[in-house]
Design a protein around this ligand. Structure first.
Ligand SMILES: [Zn+2]
Length: 327
């Protein structure tokens, strides 16, 4: 069972405070104030006959997300759909709590992710390994409640989520995670990219790949970025954080950095199998990417989402699996 323990009132949770902003045509972003930080993780409300929330943030973001939705006039019965791009806890950790609060909402997730939302125990123990222990996991994200199976719908490539006068087309976009989907909004031409392109924080304006274990796949990731490029007519809606208009530029950067990072780690693995040393080589080899940041990069906000050590571990695992598969 998933423990419902953890700090009762984490010091960085800021109840009732919220921030929402217009993110695109009929799209409102809700700052989840993840771990008390602003402009790190966004959720999005799609205004349609049937209202849809894309991403939930973690459980520790529950109060700010609910306050944000209430500030937009939502009553508990009003939300028809909750869609998550993938089940990592910064995107979907709060889905069980939100499904209880908005108890008419259907929850949509890729078919490989659905069992983990119905029973999050394995997901939580896997995440605890990535984030350095259960205590740290609880502090950052909080406990995760299951979603009742009869409220879960699995989606895959080519599916369409009908919102009445608007719809969300599902693109299967593995790479960051094997169960990752992106969503094309018919109303705005925007694509909700989850973590498929990496992390782009608006004040720093640097795109950093997110390559944590367990199932990073570089070739799949590059193919997914190309699919997003083809479908994005107006905006990329990053989960970290907010909308970006420069579709071509960011898709180019996402692809080239993903390949570069993977190559750095592969070269590092020829020198050493010490993960701390490999992490150091990855940090040194990519530091220049932050040189042109318009404001001094607050690296901690990137680190909290996907630390450089986790990125190195994910890429080591990718290359190790490739080598094993090649015999
Ligand atoms: Zn993720």
């Amino acid at each position: 069972m998933v423990k419902e323990t953890g700090p009762a009132a984490p010091p960085f949770t800021l109840p009732r405070m919220h921030e929402t902003f217009e993110a695109g045509v009929g799209l409102t972003a809700v700052d989840t104030r993840m771990t008390g930080r602003t402009r790190v993780t966004s959720a999005y409300l799609v205004h349609a006959d049937q209202l849809a929330l894309i991403e939930t943030g973690p459980t520790t973001s529950h109060e700010p997300v609910v306050a944000g939705l209430e500030s937009l006039g939502l009553q508990p019965d009003d939300l028809a759909h909750i869609v998550v791009t993938h089940i990592h806890l910064d995107h979907a950790g709060g889905v069980g709590h939100l499904a209880e609060r908005f108890d008419k909402a259907t929850v949509w997730v890729h078919e490989r992710g659905a069992p983990h939302l119905a029973d999050p125990a394995r997901l939580m123990s896997s995440a605890a390994r990535v984030y350095g222990g259960e205590d740290r996991l609880m502090e950052l994200f909080g406990p995760m409640r299951p979603v009742p199976s009869d409220r879960l719908r699995s989606v895959g490539e080519g599916d369409r989520i009908d919102l009445g006068n608007r719809s969300l087309d599902v693109l299967y976009t593995p790479g960051h995670a094997s169960h990752h989907v992106s969503l094309v909004d018919s109303g705005s031409g925007a694509v909700f990219t989850g973590d498929a392109l990496g992390i782009h924080l608006p004040d720093v304006r640097v795109l950093r790949p997110a390559t944590p274990p367990p199932d990073i796949d570089i070739e799949a990731g590059v193919a997914s970025i190309e699919r997003i490029r083809e479908r994005a007519q107006s905006l990329l809606m990053f989960s970290h954080f907010g909308p970006v208009e420069a579709v071509e530029e960011l898709c180019d950067i996402a692809t080239s950095r993903l390949r570069k990072w993977a190559d750095i780690v592969r070269a590092a693995m020829d020198q050493t199998d010490d993960i701390d040393r490999i992490t150091q080589l990855l940090v040194e080899g990519t530091a220049a990417e932050f040189e042109d940041a318009p404001s001094p990069p607050d690296l901690e906000r990137y680190e909290i989402l996907s630390s450089m050590k986790a990125n190195a571990e994910g890429l080591v695992r990718y290359w190790t699996k490739r080598a094993e598969a090649a015999g």
